[in-house]
Write a new protein. Structure first.
Length: 495
């Protein structure tokens, strides 16, 4: 009989509960939207109470249909649960996308770095780059100290978001590295101990210091929940950060080979295994972090908000998404000064703030929003080709920032697998490497299912390598003779 495991996968908006068998096939699935919403104080809160009720009901219902033997949790990053001495939330779980005005962001950043030290020095120590809003949990804590002084004063423990939900299930506390080292500033990436930033914020004593593996047993479903939900004493895994959960199947399937996963969507995240967390001087200040993956090894990670940027300019351009055509793409690249600039959202180019250029003018985002346009925007197809070329060139820079070589295979997963123009230009920018789209759907859920199966079987995730099926569809490298000169001019203009 197949062993079944349940996965709780908490995305920023969509929350999922799925059941997987020991062949890592999904046999049951439920999804519900729970978006963060402003509390009475106007601060964006994650709706944890409503989520908890739904998780309990869904686990109970699914167990009746597909009795599972273990539970694993994966969550989005940049969320921290602050607990008081009774194990209750001492303040709300703040939504990292809480809106800040330019003045509020500048004030928060200034206060944070005044308290915690130089931005680049912190990046070198913690492997964490500066991110906007409250996406750095360290800045979220700085914000919370001001917004909830009484609640913050009652806080005795900080739990990463996956482990908070594990705590709700088991009343056991733990930490693991995939979340702790995911742009938090709170740990020294080399020593793996609480950082100078954690000490400056006064939270170092609230952090757990002994890391568990994501598939280790956190605890057993509490007696109260067993009674309430009609469930047996199920073991619960420690849990994992979502990007690392999506990476885990590749680490298992391609162990020993050199590859980078380019996970695309609202955020485009490139993850490449490296030996040590060392920055080159010119990488400090850029959107580059060092993460620790589920197997305990370092990943060099770069970010750009590619999906958000595509949507922003697609709306400005109008018209339809375009299918790749080599001849028309090459013609679009012939005029070197026509380009869409990076930086409308977090990117690899700190000096840029978005916009567009033509041979004789530069247009800021504000000008584009006001209706001013380069002449070439009128050709909507060409404008879309240049948008995709911009994103592919930005991706090249992001991938190179992770330390890829000519021997590194590039696996593209996520939404941009459907964008033929982006994929073709990316392949042309890496003519000596394999650029392939992967077939793995709901990779985050699959990675968490591996954790649950490893816990249930008492083995390491690597034991499931033969049960993972990740098809690779190589992207054909097109002939784009105008691309090298265009890319060179693009990079010269934005660096």
């Amino acid at each position: 009989m197949s062993t079944l495991v349940a996965v709780i996968d908490i995305g920023k908006t969509n929350k999922k509960v799925a059941v997987y068998d020991d062949k890592l096939r999904q046999v049951a699935y439920r999804q519900q939207e729970f978006a963060a919403a402003p509390g009475a104080d106007g601060v964006l809160h994650e709706p944890v109470a409503a989520m908890w009720d739904w998780f309990k009901q869904t686990l109970s219902a699914l167990f009746k249909e597909q009795p599972f033997s273990a539970i694993a949790v994966s969550t989005h990053g940049a969320a921290v649960a602050c607990l008081d001495c009774d194990g209750e939330l001492s303040l709300p779980v703040i939504g990292y996308d809480h809106s800040l005005s330019d003045a509020q962001q500048a004030a928060l950043d200034a206060d944070f770095y005044a308290a915690c030290g130089d931005e680049k020095a912190l990046q070198r120590e913690t492997g964490t780059c500066d991110l906007p809003l409250l996406i750095n949990p360290s800045k979220m804590l700085q914000f919370a100290k001001g917004a909830y002084p009484e609640g913050f004063a009652r806080t005795v423990r900080l739990l990463n978001y996956p482990q908070y939900w594990g705590f709700k299930l088991t009343e056991r506390q733990a930490t693991e590295p995939t979340f702790s080292f995911n742009h938090t500033h709170l740990y020294n990436v080399a020593t793996r101990a609480p950082s100078s930033c954690a000490e400056a914020l006064g939270v170092d004593s609230m952090l757990l210091r002994q890391f568990k593996r994501p598939w280790d047993k956190l605890g057993t479903l509490t007696g109260a929940l067993q009674f309430e939900l009609g469930l047996p004493p199920l073991p619960v895994a420690v849990g994992i950060h979502d990007s690392n959960s999506a990476l885990l199947p590749y680490l298992i399937k391609h162990a020993g080979s050199d590859f980078v996963v380019n996970s695309t969507g609202t955020w485009c995240v490139a993850m490449h295994g490296v030996d040590a967390p060392v920055y080159a001087d010119d990488e400090l200040g850029r959107k580059i972090i060092f993460n620790i993956d589920a197997t305990g090894n370092y990943q060099k990670v770069s970010f750009l908000m590619g999906g958000q940027e595509y949507a922003r300019y697609h709306e400005l351009i109008g018209g339809s998404h375009v299918t790749f055509d080599a001849e028309r793409m090459n013609a679009a690249l012939a005029t070197l000064d026509d380009r869409i600039l990076p930086g409308a959202f977090p990117s690899q180019f700190p000096s840029q703030s978005g916009g567009a250029t033509s041979v004789d003018a530069r247009y800021s985002l504000a000008q584009l929003d006001a209706g001013e346009r380069p002449v070439w925007f009128a050709d909507q197809e060409r404008a879309h080709f240049l948008l995709n070329a911009s994103l592919a060139i930005q991706t090249k820079v992001a991938l190179e920032a992770t330390g890829v070589s000519d021997q590194t295979a590039i696996y593209v997963e996520g939404g941009f697998r459907q964008n033929s123009s982006y994929l073709a230009v990316l392949a042309a920018l890496f003519p000596n490497q394999t650029v392939a789209c992967t077939s793995l759907e709901q990779a985050t859920c699959v990675g968490a299912a591996v954790l649950g199966q490893s816990l249930a079987a008492g083995c390491k995730p690597q034991a499931f390598a033969g049960r993972l099926h990740i098809e690779q569809h190589a992207v054909e490298t097109p002939r784009l003779p105008n691309l090298p000169a265009y890319a060179e001019a693009f990079l010269a203009a934005v660096r």
